[in-house]
Design a protein around this ligand. Structure first.
Ligand code: HEC
Length: 115
């Protein structure tokens, strides 16, 4: 039954690799495409030219910061004037927004400005 044992260990490996592989995929940084949509939905209402209301912020686009600056902002968002807005969002959504902003930062390969 040596062959059966061999097959069993191969199958076990495949199962393990699949589980570990997918969980590390999940832990990876967010989805930039989704982040672009979420940034518009959750952030741009205040961070856009002509935003009104007592809580209107400055217009904000990925290109307005370097990747290091976005890193710093996301690490210490609690000190921002709008930290309460961030806290309303799911951690996963914030990760996706980070992926969008960081991925299109001033010093990224594809800087982007929100129109
Ligand atoms: C209810 C309005 C509102 C919402 C929603 C909001 N913000 Fe803000 N935000 C502000 C205000 C007001 C300030 C302080 C004024 C400024 O710097 O624009 C600020 C400041 C900031 C700053 C610092 C400004 C700078 O240039 O360094 C960043 C970065 C920021 N917000 C990012 C975000 C992100 C990302 C989101 C979405 C998750 C968000 N904000 C959602 C109102 C808002």
């Amino acid at each position: 039954m040596k062959f059966g044992k061999f097959i069993k260990s191969i199958l076990t490996s495949i199962v393990l690799i699949t589980i570990l592989g997918s969980s590390s995929l999940y832990a990876k940084e967010g989805n930039a495409r989704k982040g672009k949509y979420l940034f518009r939905k959750y952030c741009r209402e205040c961070h856009t030219d002509g935003a009104t209301g007592d809580r209107a912020g400055k217009a904000l686009s990925p290109i307005d910061k370097t990747q290091a600056e976005w890193d710093k902002i996301f690490k210490s968002y609690k000190s921002l004037a709008c930290a309460d807005q961030w806290d309303k969002r799911k951690a996963k959504d914030i990760k996706d927004i980070y992926a969008h902003l960081w991925g299109h930062a001033f010093d990224s390969p594809s800087p982007a400005k929100c129109e």
